[in-house]
Design a protein around this ligand. Structure first.
Ligand code: SAM
Length: 257
């Protein structure tokens, strides 16, 4: 069970996780827990101010230190009431290390994670320097707040928690789990007729020969990774079987050209 606590000015956004799909089921089954703490609840002025202008000038506003520090302190004391050690503190930031499946698995192995969702032009650097353990980015682009990135991180990590996916939907089948993209998938009908054309499912998947299906799926996973994400193969040592399947995949592609 991993407890995620998110510091966010928009707690209601997280109903996307708590009320829908696999993450919602995981929360109900107590495989995952999600608490949102709003830094605005820790303000004392009439306007409940959480932001201010940056020193030195420039556009936009920054999240203030004090509400963030008070919210983090409250979150960590909840953590310490149930765990022996404080939570790892992660700031979602375009300046962080780019998130991937390995990081999702690593976070899923922790008991407690606190995610900081920034807003405006970001947060006061002193908070990052003194209270953040790690910065994680969702990619080389900027979105308006850390809530969507935090939800992506929680959803990806939840899929790695043992028992969250049923046996039939094992995370081991997902893209990136074994350093490869997922193989293509098909569902009914066997032949889809549209606009006087037939679109059949690959023959091998219909025959019930489990060994042939396994080899075809592995070959497709390696082949599609080679076509779409060759960078992933550069970091992977292929087995003899995988090398032979990739060579046959390339040959078949060459012949069909
Ligand atoms: N001025 C900041 C910069 O250029 O680094 C961007 C601030 S952004 C508009 C507001 C918040 O969205 C950030 O504090 C961060 O929490 C979140 N955010 C934006 N892009 C992100 C990304 N690629 N990955 C993770 N979080 C992101």
């Amino acid at each position: 069970m991993t407890h995620f606590t998110v510091l966010s000015l928009f707690p209601e956004m997280f109903t996307a996780l708590t009320e829908h799909g696999i993450s919602s089921r995981a929360i109900k089954q107590q495989q995952l827990s999600l608490t949102v703490v709003n830094p605005r609840s820790f303000t004392e002025d009439r306007h409940r101010t959480v932001d201010d202008r940056p020193y030195g000038g420039g556009p936009g506003m920054l999240m203030l230190l004090e509400p963030l520090c008070k919210a983090l302190q409250a979150a960590q004391s909840q953590v310490l009431a149930r765990s022996a050690a404080p939570a790892k503190v992660v700031y979602l930031s375009p300046q962080g290390t780019v998130f991937n499946q390995a990081k999702a698995q690593q976070l899923a192995s922790l008991d407690e994670v606190i995610l900081i969702a920034g807003r405006y032009e970001g947060i006061d650097q002193r908070f990052i320097d003194h209270w953040v353990d790690e910065e994680i980015s969702l990619g080389d682009y900027v979105v308006s707040g850390g809530e969507l990135p935090a939800m992506m991180v929680i959803d990806a990590a939840a899929r790695c928690i043992p028992g969250v996916l049923g046996h039939a939907q094992s995370a081991a089948e997902d893209s990136f789990f074994a350093g490869l993209l997922d193989h293509p998938q098909y569902t009914r009908p066997e032949v889809f007729r549209w606009d006087e054309q037939d679109y059949p499912v690959p023959e091998v998947l219909l025959g019930g020969n489990h060994q042939a299906i396994r080899r075809w799926r592995l070959q497709q996973a390696i082949g599609q990774t080679w076509l779409k994400r060759p960078d992933l193969l550069a970091n992977k040592t292929l087995t003899d079987e995988e090398s032979a399947l990739l060579a046959a995949f390339k040959q078949a592609l060459h012949t069909s050209e």
